[in-house]
Ligand binder design. Structure first.
Ligand code: EPU
Length: 421
């Protein structure tokens, strides 16, 4: 497994362009299953999760051509409407094929994702919604088996604003007979983006981006061409990295509204974040002020930025409280930060972070995607050398991160397959 070795202490300077959004690309690729022709997607990031999605679509019988940033999918000849365990265990988002498969083929078999490094992550809301639309669901041998003649529209109250749950049900409802209302839907920009693509395919979806989505089912959807929105979490990660190192970086291509919750916290920390014609410029000098953060569904502070914010707060002049409200186990980075000299105490869902003047480079281990991003930021500011092992987590969500950060002055090198872990 690859490791990254970071020589810390260099302020990042220059311009970096944001890639296409992973969490928009994954549902959109799954949505191509709703059509029987060739869909072309542009601005698709070159990430491991996208390769896993391509492998999954091919397993089912689709023709997938991956030439990042362009991916074409032709789901005209699906033979096996199934997401097998081996692929789902690599990427939970594989569950996004469930809605489209049942809607188009009346049958889907999808391995239950199980827990992961950040929490239990059940999919009960996805299943409840499909059942309300008339699917009969059985759980057997670790698989969800969903069957129906044709899904029919329903009014579905979601118990929580689940992102992939909303996306799965929106895709299913697009081909259902009649009208569906999703109440308590997730409002993330990626949900809106999926609705945009589905509407381009001929779906009739209204209200995506609010907590009530109306979907008037149609009989057929047609292939589309679409360019994916920029990745707000990647953008946020670069902004925080630039701020933590006391740098001056223009993050290009970002949609400013998508990262406003992150920018506000940066400004409160004393960092200058200014909107320019092509993106957001961040400039920082000296230690940040402590800023509390509580994660919440969009437009709240994103859970996917919590770990990166913590890396910044580790250096703050004072104490901040970071509360994680979305996932029950998303503080795995804390024990690694301790190895770098950070003062963080976990109390239930909150982490109390007392800033220190300096972090010191150490050997640490990546445990999930965003925890890895936190460790990269910590490594960039630490004294001496930080070695991050298991960076395959990072490769799931950040495209060529070391090359792109090195172009800003960072000193990161990748060591291929170093030793037994
Ligand atoms: N939940 C349930 N039942 C459900 C669905 C969700 O209890 O049926 C719970 C979850 O366990 C969690 C909360 O609801 O406590 C919210 O989970 P959600 O379903 O919204 O998360 P997700 O759809 O599985 C997506 C992103 C995550 C991101 C979360 C929250 C994708 C592919 N993944 O996950 O991204 O953290 O929304 O914004 O869109 C990442 O990119 O690093 C990542 C983990």
């Amino acid at each position: 497994m690859d490791s990254l070795i970071i020589e810390g202490g260099v302020p990042l300077r220059g311009t970096i362009r944001v890639s296409g959004a992973k969490n928009a690309a994954l549902p959109i690729l799954a949505a191509s299953l709703l059509t029987d022709g060739a869909c072309t997607f542009r601005n698709v990031p070159a990430l491991r999760d996208l390769d896993t999605t391509a492998a999954l679509l091919r397993f089912m019988g689709a023709t997938v051509d991956v030439a990042p940033p362009v991916v074409t999918v032709n789901a005209g000849s699906i033979r096996t409407p199934e997401a097998p365990y081996d692929l789902v265990k690599q990427m939970r988002a594989s569950v996004l094929v469930l809605g489209p498969l049942v809607a188009r083929f009346g049958h889907a078999r999808v391995s239950l994702p199980g827990g992961c490094a950040i929490g239990a992550r059940p999919i009960d809301q996805h299943l409840k919604g499909l059942e309300a639309m008339g699917a009969s669901i059985t759980l057997e041998h670790g698989y969800v088996d969903a069957k129906c003649d044709r899904l029919r529209g329903a009014t579905i109250y979601l118990d929580m604003a689940t992102v992939t749950g909303t996306e799965n049900l929106m895709m299913a409802a697009a081909l259902a007979k009649g009208r569906t209302q999703l109440i308590g839907a997730a409002k993330e920009p990626e949900v809106e983006e999926l609705a945009r693509v589905l509407n381009k395919m001929g779906a009739r979806i209204d209200g995506a981006g609010t907590d009530v989505i109306h979907i008037e089912g149609v009989d057929r959807l047609h292939p589309v061409e679409h360019a994916i929105i920029p990745d707000r979490i990647e953008a946020g990660t670069f902004l925080v990295a630039a701020a933590a190192t006391g740098g001056d970086v223009l993050v290009e291509g970002v949609v400013p509204e998508h990262i406003e919750p992150v920018c506000q916290k940066l400004r409160m920390a004393g960092v200058s974040v200014v909107r320019e014609d092509t993106g957001m410029r961040v400039r920082a000098d000296g230690r940040p002020r402590p800023v509390d953060v509580t994660t919440a569904p969009h437009p709240g502070f994103p859970t996917d930025m919590q770990a990166q914010h913590m890396a910044l707060m580790c250096l703050a002049k004072g104490t901040s409280v970071i509360t994680e409200n979305i996932f029950e186990n998303r503080f795995m980075h804390v024990s690694e930060l301790h190895r770098m000299g950070a003062h963080v105490e976990i109390r239930g869902r909150a982490a109390i972070v007392t800033g220190v003047e300096k972090l010191s480079g150490a050997r640490v281990m990546a445990t999930d995607l965003r925890a890895s991003a936190c460790l990269v930021i910590a490594g960039l500011v630490a004294d001496g050398e930080t070695e991050i092992s298991r960076v395959y987590h990072l490769d799931r969500g950040y495209e060529r991160i070391e090359q792109r950060l090195n172009a800003l002055g960072a000193r990161i090198r990748r060591v291929k397959g170093s030793g037994v872990e």
